[in-house]
Design a protein around this ligand. Structure first.
Ligand code: PNS
Length: 167
């Protein structure tokens, strides 16, 4: 009898504070590689995030609602533990430029050393979003600049509102 093939589960971890077009592009592309893609939102950051983990999860769920094999969860602690809990064998990260590489390589090798069954794959960011980061979006929004080119239309008003509350 043919054995049931194991579901291929990928994890795309990050802070997503807030989710940008660059993140969404990586989610869409990697959702085609796996049976199930789990977007893991990190909760335990030392610096205070603009959005709570619950808010970030909801925002990502909203913009990925058309992708049925994408699931969004928050996690605290080590990524390798979260990956094990979720039975995922592959971590996905986006690479924008060579400057990202050193940090990403260190993270991938650390995670692989701690958990040899876990590999990291890198998707190159679409050139349209190569300059983009959540921190740039936060900075532009904090100073009242337009962020519509950087984040999906559902996200921009939430970022503006949060920055207004904070000022
Ligand atoms: O979007 P970010 O902030 O670049 O994502 C970084 C993230 C969340 C992938 C990374 O900080 C992480 O995995 N943190 C969890 C803690 C951990 O496992 N650290 C060891 C890996 S070096």
């Amino acid at each position: 009898m043919k054995e049931k093939t194991e579901e291929k589960i990928g994890i795309y971890p990050g802070s997503f504070d807030p989710i940008t077009w660059g993140h969404l592009d990586i989610i869409e592309r990697s959702s085609k590689i796996f049976d199930r893609l789990i977007v893991g939102v990190l909760t335990n950051r030392s610096k205070k995030p603009l959005f709570s983990a619950t808010e970030r999860v909801k925002m990502i769920q909203n913009v990925t609602s058309g992708l049925p094999n994408v699931q969004v969860c928050s996690f605290a602690g080590l990524l390798v533990d979260f990956a094990k809990e979720q039975n995922a064998k592959v971590i996905v990260r986006g690479l924008r430029a060579v400057t990202d590489f050193e940090y990403e390589l260190q993270m991938a090798q650390t995670n692989h050393t701690m958990c040899p069954g876990l590999d990291t794959i890198f998707l190159t960011t679409d050139v349209r979003y190569a300059y983009l980061s959540s921190s740039v979006v936060r900075e532009v929004a904090e100073f009242g600049g337009k962020i519509d080119a950087f984040v999906p239309p559902e996200i921009a008003p939430l970022v503006r509102e949060k920055c207004r509350e904070r000022s």
